[in-house]
Design a protein around this ligand. Structure first.
Ligand code: KIV
Ligand code: NA
Length: 264
């Protein structure tokens, strides 16, 4: 299969074809996802929590993400590979371009993900202008967990919803090619998706987004403790890990994931 490109993802949105995305942190798991037809593989800074065992994503370094991205890249044939910019590696435009450049040049990623709008708009603009495609990330932005007071739903008041709609327009204006919306009301995510020219990938954001993303380990029961309410056990009733990932891709494509309860 030939590699998916940024324009190909934009074309999927135009055709109304849903985008199936998952996180991966190593070669073997990435190869499993790629062969199951996952469109976008994210080396998330969630690796700080699910691989390193920290309670937040804050300790993750550029070095960590480059290391895991290079491993994942060796397992990617078709999927578009996105690498997270970890905490403060995008604190200003020049720093973000240096960090993002490493994700592409050393890690083999095709895009970087950056949390927030306002103070990050200059970084998004600089990355895009330097040939580094950007996935924006709004709603619950885990790098701001201490400011937000926990991993909780965002955009719940009229004022917060309006702020999010403005941020979504601003990141697109700044040059983002993709947008992750995390843990926001389904209705708000639907509005943002309709108003965006770029594909919107939801996590805990309802079924109306252009695609869905989850932490790969959460859908196969590998994450210790409680599974997030917006995730699903896709290994249940499946004979293999490959079948479980294929079931996830199929459920995203046909819109049967997430259900109303999983999206809420
Ligand atoms: O780090 C991560 O895994 C993420 C996704 C959950 C969107 O940012
Ligand atoms: Na992340």
């Amino acid at each position: 299969a030939k590699p998916l490109t940024v324009p190909a993802l934009h074309a999927m949105k135009k055709r109304g074809e849903r985008i199936a995305a998952l996180t991966a942190y190593d070669y073997s798991f990435a190869a499993l996802l790629d062969q199951a037809g996952v469109d976008v593989i994210l080396v998330g800074d969630s690796l700080g929590m699910v691989v390193q065992g920290h309670s937040t994503t804050l300790p993750v370094t550029v070095e960590d993400v480059v290391y895991h991205t290079a491993a994942v890249a060796r397992g990617c044939r078709r999927a578009l590979l996105v690498a997270d910019l970890p905490f403060l590696s995008d604190v200003d435009a020049a720093t973000a371009v240096r960090s993002g450049g490493r994700m592409l040049a050393e890690g083999g990623a095709s895009m970087v993900k950056i949390e927030g709008a306002g103070p990050r708009l200059a970084a998004i603009e600089a990355l895009a202008a330097n040939g580094i495609p950007v996935c924006a990330h709004l709603g619950l932005t885990p790098q701001s967990v201490h400011k937000l007071g926990g991993f909780r739903k965002q955009g719940r008041t009229a004022e917060a919803a309006e702020r999010l709609r403005q941020e979504a327009l601003a990141v697109q204006q700044a040059g983002a090619d993709l947008l992750v919306l995390e843990n926001v009301p389904a209705e708000l995510a639907a509005q943002v998706t309709a108003a965006s020219d770029i594909p919107v990938i939801g996590i805990g954001a309802g079924a109306a987004c252009d695609g869905q993303i989850l932490v790969g380990y959460d859908i196969i029961g590998l994450t210790p403790g409680r599974r997030p309410p917006f995730s699903r056990d896709f290994l249940a009733g499946q004979p293999s890990l490959a079948a479980a990932i294929e079931a996830y891709v199929a459920a995203v494509r046909d819109g049967s994931f997430p259900s109303a309860a999983e999206g809420a």
